[in-house]
Design a protein around this ligand. Structure first.
Ligand SMILES: *Cc1c(COP(=O)(O)O)cnc(C)c1O
Length: 370
């Protein structure tokens, strides 16, 4: 008889379900006999523009050095970020995607005797990193789909080491304003680290969502996490970063794999960061696409959760999984969010105008039929 190895995994790990990614285009093409070029994927909050041309050039130039280990300290990228953000390089930690950052901060500070606080409907990686280290996840009920910061502050106990806040949050798109964030930070005990996950911050306009960088000097227990996967268009390469006090960065560095960000990703991140036109184009496509989808949902009589990310959660008013499957058969991939306790919603990433239109057309047909 073979050993039941899963029963030997940490108790928290046994209770976890693995992260479910958006369905890849190639997989759907194989399953339904569709042509990849006929498939629209609006399922993983990816940048629909393709990479900046400067990224392609930078990667070509970096290819020749592929036999060398990457710069484990990421000097060039940290310098560029330091200048851009106005913080010292000692406050920056690079990650293999910002998911790596979320894991590093948890592994460095949280053990089985600790608690980690986050919101219902919050990003799926928070329970994964929490339970992987054997800690207790304290999930605070959401208010109007968003984080209830007062309830989250009240959920902090002497065992709490970490609080995760996503602003804006994925998959709801909800956001926290400056006053609410400030009031929360002022209430959190100084030894509890607040991870402010700002994966979508570059899309934010008119300052209606606060910038975590503005709070770092006043709150030494704050860590701001960001990514190159969304507005900067590098999801496949895996680059993210944290900005926090050097002492917290020091602890993360001790558990970090020495070469966690590869050299092509480092070169690409430096290049895309310097391309202001690309970022402006990303934001424009997002702004226009968001308006297009909202208008389309309104025309279909559907409601949605207002979003400040590059995606929007639409309420189908009924169980969404059948509609999701019907969309797949028509070559449209979106994201069901039943695993986020949102069984009636679908999360749709903002695509190019023609992709958004194709999705709306197919959704209209499917809703009329199903
Ligand atoms: C997409 C996303 C990330 C980014 O993940 P990467 O590992 O950087 O690709 C982080 N947090 C949230 C809330 C996200 O939606």
């Amino acid at each position: 008889m073979t050993c039941d190895f899963l029963s030997l995994a940490q108790p928290g790990v046994q209770k976890l379900s693995p992260y479910v990614p958006g369905k890849p285009v190639e997989e759907l093409a194989r399953e339904f006999g569709l042509r990849p070029q006929d498939i629209v994927k609006l399922a993983s909050n990816e940048n629909p523009l393709g990479p900046s041309p400067r990224v392609i050039e930078a990667i070509k130039a970096a290819l020749a050095e592929m036999t060398r280990y990457p710069d484990g300290n990421g000097f060039a990228l940290k310098s560029a970020l330091s200048e851009r953000l106005g913080v010292s390089p000692a406050m920056i930690t690079l990650g293999n995607g910002s998911n790596d950052i979320l894991e590093l901060i948890t592994r460095a500070f949280v053990g089985p005797q600790h608690e980690v606080v986050f919101s219902q409907h919050a990003f799926a990686v928070y329970p994964i990193v929490t339970q992987a280290v054997g800690a207790r996840a304290v999930v605070v009920p959401a208010r109007d789909w968003g984080h209830d910061l007062e309830a989250m502050a009240a959920a902090i106990t002497p065992a709490t080491r970490l609080v995760f806040i996503a602003n804006p949050n994925n998959p709801t798109g909800t956001w926290i304003d400056a006053a609410a964030l400030e009031a929360f930070l002022a209430r959190v005990p100084e030894q509890v680290i607040v991870v402010l996950d700002e994966a979508y911050t570059e899309y934010v306009e008119n300052g209606e969502v606060p910038n975590g960088m503005d709070y770092l000097a006043r709150y030494p227990n704050l860590l701001v996490s960001r990514t190159f996967s969304k507005a900067y268009g590098l999801a496949a390469l895996r680059v993210g970063y944290a900005v926090c006090q050097p002492a917290i960065a020091d602890a993360m560095n001790r558990v970090r794999q020495p070469f966690n960000v590869n050299s092509l990703a480092l070169a690409a991140a430096v290049a895309t960061l310097a391309d202001a036109d690309y970022l402006a184009a990303s934001c424009k496509v997002n702004r226009e696409g968001m308006a297009q989808l909202e208008a389309g949902f309104a025309a279909l009589g559907l409601s949605w959760i207002p979003s400040r990310g590059n995606f929007i959660a639409v309420d189908l008013g009924r169980e969404a999984s059948g509609i999701y499957q019907a969309l797949l058969r028509q070559g449209v991939i979106v994201r069901p969010v039943g695993n986020y306790e949102m069984p009636n919603h679908l999360r749709v990433s903002i695509g190019l105008a023609q992709e958004n239109q194709r999705f709306l057309d197919v959704l209209g047909q499917v809703l009329a039929r199903e």
